[in-house]
Design a protein around this ligand. Structure first.
Ligand SMILES: [Zn+2]
Length: 152
C-alpha cells in the first residue's frame, strides 16, 4: 500500500460523483478487492487475471499492464507517448497521466475525470466477468464509459 502522504490531493478536486472519487482513492491506496488483495488476506481463490487469464491480478495489472486494458487505453489516445504512459508503478503512472492529461480525442473535455471513469468502468466490467460470468469485451467498457462522459 502506498503511504498516505503520497495520495495526490487532486483526486478530491475532480468533478466526479463521490463514489468515483472514493473509488480512485481506493485504487491509489491499492485497497480494491483484487485477487492479490484477497489472497493476501487468506482467501483461497485463483490469482489469475479474469480479463486475460495470463497474469496475476493486482491493481497495476488490471488497470495498466493487462493486454485487455491496454487495448482500451490504445483506443483512447492520450497526448503523451504510450511508453511513458505505461512506465513505472501504478501511482507514478497516474501522476504521469495527470501531468499529461490532454487527450487527443474530441469527446474528452475533462481528462482526469474521464480517466477515472474508464478505470471505474474497467473495474465494473471485471466484476461482471467474475460474478456474472460475462465474456471480456473492451468495447463494452469504452461504450459504457463514453455514455458516462456525457454526464460530466
Ligand atoms: Zn490481465
Amino acid at each position: 500500500m502506498h503511504p498516505r502522504s503520497k495520495i495526490p490531493h487532486w483526486i478530491w478536486n475532480l468533478n466526479l460523483m463521490t463514489k468515483l472519487n472514493f473509488f480512485l482513492w481506493l485504487v491509489i491506496r491499492n485497497a480494491l478487492l483484487t485477487c492479490e488483495f484477497l489472497i493476501a488476506r487468506r482467501m483461497e481463490i485463483s490469482n489469475m487475471c479474469c480479463l486475460c487469464n495470463h497474469n496475476r491480478e493486482n491493481i497495476d495489472h488490471i488497470f495498466k499492464s493487462c493486454l485487455f486494458v491496454q487495448g482500451i487505453w490504445d483506443r483512447i489516445k492520450f497526448n503523451c507517448p504510450t511508453s511513458l504512459l505505461f512506465e513505472g508503478d501504478f501511482l507514478s503512472w497516474i501522476e504521469t497521466v495527470y501531468k499529461n492529461y490532454k487527450i487527443n480525442c474530441k469527446i474528452f473535455n475533462s481528462p482526469m475525470e474521464k480517466f477515472a471513469i474508464i478505470l471505474w468502468n474497467g473495474w465494473i466490467h471485471r466484476n461482471q466477468i467474475v460474478f456474472k460470468k460475462i465474456q471480456p469485451n473492451p468495447f463494452l467498457v469504452i461504450e459504457k464509459a463514453t455514455s458516462n462522459f456525457q454526464n460530466l
